[in-house]
Design a protein. Structure first.
Length: 465
């Protein structure tokens, strides 16, 4: 595992996750592992970005001030996403390339590291304590896909390591949601009286909490999201004349933070470490705003006080509201006013009735980055916007047909999707606008289409394929 070295103390760590537009639990482990690594003080900066949530991969580099950035994919396999989507959206060529004037070092995804075996065994022991391993079959479950042959390689590797490692299980096998061997056939794939099933996923999202329980027969229909579910609290399940123990996703394990650091150390062992420098563009930009006495960002007003800063919903100015811990800033923006998941952090539905009291500029930056991820960097940076057409042209996989939408459909999508967002859109279907001149407040800028626009474009393109 990595220790603080000259190569990392002045470097940034960027953890890249999948995220979700519908499920509040998909990105939570990624943020939690980043918080733990940040607490250890091994890197100058620790940040997250996502395919389906904010901040996006193309925008996150504007939020980092270090010259050297280590990117660790918080993904299970070296398949389609890690080999195609992430490098494309980050604009990198692995293992090392220059992006926006930064040296970006693209590490292997966490799921392929040998130390994942330790986490799997730990999780299996926790879910079935005291159950004899010689009377237990271990099933490691993945998604499965035909997009990339490497998508199942990490799971197959772990199965072999545990089978041949003398860990005492009666049998160890892999199973998948969308390719053979299928997880729905778990009882015919195994023979021991006890069966432990561990989802080899990063987060407890739709698959581990909703899809897989239905496929295995634990549940009759899709259940609630992870944060509201009881599916893991009823082990064992007496099912098909066997005792079935079902665990939460392996990526939720707290030791995953160490695996993330292991991948940085592995990269440096292969390619050598690099020292970098740290700029001050974002810090200087925020300091200028703070010196004004007050400024607005989105639906939030920041007021300079004698002992720090008052941060609250603009509509709550002058009202008595609850003071929240700075550590809860991300949770404030997690749900909307009706209690629904709020994937678009710039949506015009931020909850009211709270205030944060950061004492320093660093604490203020952390609070604003939690409420509006990536926005300070986008406002402070002069990086160009990207028109919708080139954004759609670079898409692959199930989104490769989005380039087929007409200009009229593109305009309709922008009117429908972007109307609920507070961001100032600098891109159009075929062109871009200049970066706005600096004003008194911090603008929320949108420099390229988000996952909501991409999803709507996919729907519009379905009738053309």
């Amino acid at each position: 595992m990595i220790n603080s070295t000259p190569g990392t103390r002045d470097a940034a760590l960027l953890i890249v996750g999948h995220g979700s537009t519908v499920n509040p639990d998909s990105s939570e482990p990624t943020w939690r592992h980043a918080d733990e690594i940040r607490r250890r003080g091994l890197f100058r900066e620790v940040a997250c970005c996502f395919w389906k949530e904010e901040p996006s991969m193309r925008e996150v580099f504007d939020s980092l001030e270090c010259e050297v950035v280590y990117v660790v994919p918080h993904f299970i396999s070296e398949g389609y996403f890690c080999q195609e989507v992430l490098p494309r959206e980050l604009g990198v060529t692995p293992p090392e390339s220059s992006v926006h004037g930064k040296l970006v070092r693209y590490c292997d995804p966490v799921g392929v590291h040998p130390n994942m075996t330790r986490l799997l065994l730990k999780r299996a022991g926790e879910v079935a304590p005291g159950v004899p391993r010689e009377q237990t079959s271990l099933v490691i479950v993945g998604h499965g896909t035909n997009l990339n042959d490497n998508s199942t390689a990490a799971i197959k590797s772990q199965v072999e390591l545990i089978r041949e490692g003398g860990y005492g299980f009666a049998e160890v096998t892999d199973a998948y949601m969308e390719e053979a061997p299928f997880v729905k056939d778990w009882d015919t794939l195994t023979s021991a009286p006890n069966v432990v099933v561990v989802p080899f996923f990063i987060a407890d999202g739709l698959h581990s909490y909703q899809d897989i329980p239905v496929l295995m027969g634990i549940a009759e229909d899709e259940g609630k999201a992870a944060s509201q579910s009881e599916v893991f609290r009823h082990n064992p399940h007496e099912l098909r004349s066997r005792r079935l123990f079902y665990s939460s996703a392996i990526g939720t394990e707290s030791l995953m933070a160490d695996v993330i650091l292991d991948q940085v150390a592995s990269f440096d062992q292969k390619h050598g470490s690099r020292e970098g420098i740290v700029g001050s563009q974002i810090a200087s930009y925020l300091a200028r705003k703070a010196e004004q006495g007050a400024f607005v960002i989105g639906e939030v007003t920041v007021t300079k006080m004698d002992n720090g800063y008052d941060v609250r919903h603009t509509a709550d100015e002058g009202l008595e509201v609850d003071t929240k811990l700075l550590s809860t800033a991300r949770e404030i923006g997690w749900l909307d006013r009706e209690g629904h998941f709020r994937p678009l952090k710039a949506a015009k539905n931020l909850v009211r009735g709270w205030k944060l009291m950061p004492a320093t500029l660093d604490e203020l930056r952390a609070a604003l980055d939690a409420l509006y991820p990536g926005s300070l960097g986008l406002a402070a940076s002069s990086s160009p916007a990207v028109a919708l057409r080139p954004y759609l042209e670079r898409q692959t996989g199930m989104y490769r047909f989005t380039k087929l939408i007409t200009d009229e459909e593109a305009e309709r999508i922008q009117n429908d999707v972007c109307s609920s967002c507070s961001k100032k859109r600098l891109w159009t279907t075929n062109g871009v606008a200049a970066h706005p001149e600096e004003g008194a407040d911090v603008p929320l800028l949108c420099k390229q289409a988000c996952s909501f626009v991409l999803g709507a474009a996919r729907v519009a393109a379905r009738g053309k394929i």
